[in-house]
Design a binder for this molecule. Structure first.
Ligand code: MN
Length: 501
């Protein structure tokens, strides 16, 4: 469902006429080579499109306006192989609406000690050309990512790649639609927020629907469609015998399939990228959608439970960033703790809705009671998550701004099997430890819901936050609680003052 290969990043090199046509040709040749190399890198999932070298304010402005109006263009990479006086860039950059990355590299890796002359120096002068360009970016207070290093090095390619993923998620959110079935879980605070402000700042639009609108589409699912989907379940999962065709609870599985068909059709027909449900508003649905939500998330949809549209949009953004990477992205909730001498741990799960993209083994498809909500028993996929480094991120409306907070964690195998736990789960050690991480999270006002990923790291989220103009607080192995609390106070001032009127 998510394909980043159609997205274009334009590779833009600045120069000036003073060097004469021969040098400009050389600059163009080198730029073309670098653009092709970036485009071919496995680290970079989008197309890198070479653009002719820019040497005048008019050409720079035209390029920026063309980028704005080109749908597939998700951003620019800028590089000053030679010197490009930055007043030439003011008109273009102030009009540019797409994100940009400033690649501070040099065509030559090393100084040719015995050969170097002034011709070489005048061609390979990014060391000062990029400083002139950097000044105007900072003078204009423009958000951009600066990546430094030789263009063939893996760390440079990886950093550029992370940014292209963030820029892809940003492009995906602009004009993106999210369907919200029912409202918020009554009385819950952190899942609420200003949807108009979210649309202005983050680009996506939240559409509210009565659950009856969904029920109508769910009821249109035909027996033949349900037969086919049930067969897919049997092929893909370890299905509990009672749920299989002929089993005494097969009707419940068919209800689950009906809900999946209806939800999918509703989302496809409306071109939605994400959705929410709430167990408090299920009138006309036989079960809380569990397996259906898990499978739709697997296919790339964002999801938030209890009406949590902000987390749903964040799950979608992280799904886009993670497209094609191993590991997966899921809606998640910090559920319960294990305080232990071997390290305090968090058991993460939800009532049902954990995405199978993070499963370590073939999920079991089962039916068990839902201990809350008073509806029929829902079908659900049960599994243990992958293990290894992961990141959980949460977005809150703090009243004056949205805040993104993230914790880097290490997911580990459970100490013992969990034979009676009827939901998918992940067990992790937060970095630097639970005491610091949970205190920092709580001081920051972080939600209980997160978007949780094995595919992404703090760099992806930082790039996304920078593009979106979002506050981001990362809790990781370097976090010191006292410093973190200072940062919260300073950020309150910064984000208040920087907004102006
Ligand atoms: Mn929840």
């Amino acid at each position: 469902m998510i394909d980043l290969s159609q997205n274009e990043v334009w590779f833009v090199t600045g120069s000036q006429h003073l060097y004469g046509p021969k040098t400009i040709e050389q600059v163009a040749e080198h730029s073309r080579e670098i653009a092709a190399f970036l485009g071919a890198s496995a680290h970079i999932p989008v197309k890198i499109v070479f653009k002719p070298v820019l040497t005048t304010p008019e050409a720079i402005t035209d390029l920026c306006l063309e980028a704005n109006s080109t749908k597939n263009c998700i951003g620019l990479i800028t590089w000053m192989h030679t010197f490009s006086p930055a007043k030439m860039w003011i008109n273009g950059l102030t009009r540019l609406k797409k994100p940009f990355l400033h690649l501070h590299t040099q065509y030559n890796r090393e100084i040719p000690w015995s050969e170097i002359d002034m011709n070489f120096m005048n061609l390979n002068q990014a060391a000062h050309g990029d400083r002139e360009f950097g000044f105007i970016g900072s003078r204009l207070r423009l958000n951009r990512k600066v990546v430094v290093g030789f263009w063939q090095d893996a760390d440079v390619l990886s950093s550029v790649g992370a940014w292209t993923r963030a820029a892809s998620a940003w492009a995906d959110a602009q004009g993106g639609k999210l369907a919200r079935f029912g409202d918020n879980m009554r009385d819950v605070a952190v899942t609420e927020g200003d949807k108009v402000e979210a649309q202005i700042q983050l680009g996506y639009d939240v559409y509210g629907y009565g659950v009856g609108d969904l029920v109508k589409v769910v009821n249109q699912a035909s027996d033949a469609e349900i037969d086919r989907l049930v067969q897919q379940y049997v092929d893909e999962y370890d299905v509990a015998p009672a749920l299989k065709p002929g089993g005494e609870r097969n009707t419940s599985l068919r209800e689950g399939a009906r809900i999946e068909i209806g939800l999918r059709n509703f989302l496809e027909a409306g071109n939605f990228k994400a959705f929410t449900t709430t167990f408090e508003d299920l009138h006309g649905l036989a079960q809380l959608p569990g397996m259906a939500v898990q499978r739709l998330m697997r296919d790339g949809y964002g999801f938030g439970a209890e009406g949590d549209w902000k987390t749903s949009a964040l799950v979608r953004a992280m799904k886009v960033m993670a497209a094609g990477l191993k590991g997966g992205v899921s809606f998640m909730e910090d559920y319960t703790y294990h305080f232990s001498a071997s390290g305090d741990k968090v058991l993460g799960a939800h009532m049902l809705e954990v995405c199978e993209s993070i499963a370590s083994t073939k999920p079991r498809l089962e039916i068990l009671p839902l201990s809350i909500g008073g509806k029929a028993d829902p079908v659900r996929l049960i599994f243990d998550a992958n293990t290894g480094p992961a990141i959980g991120a949460s977005i809150m409306d703090m009243g004056q701004r949205f805040r993104l907070v993230a914790n880097v964690v290490d997911v580990v195998p459970t100490d013992e099997p969990l034979p009676k736990l009827p939901v998918a789960r992940a067990l992790w050690l937060p970095r630097p430890n639970l005491k610091t991480a949970a205190a920092a999270w709580i001081y920051a006002g972080g939600a209980h819901h997160t978007s949780f990923s094995f595919s992404l790291n703090a760099e992806h989220l930082q790039d996304f936050a920078d593009i979106a103009g979002l506050e981001l607080l990362v809790i990781d192995e370097n976090t010191k609680l006292a410093d973190f609390r200072d940062k919260l106070r300073w950020n309150d001032l910064y984000y208040h003052l920087s907004k102006g009127l």
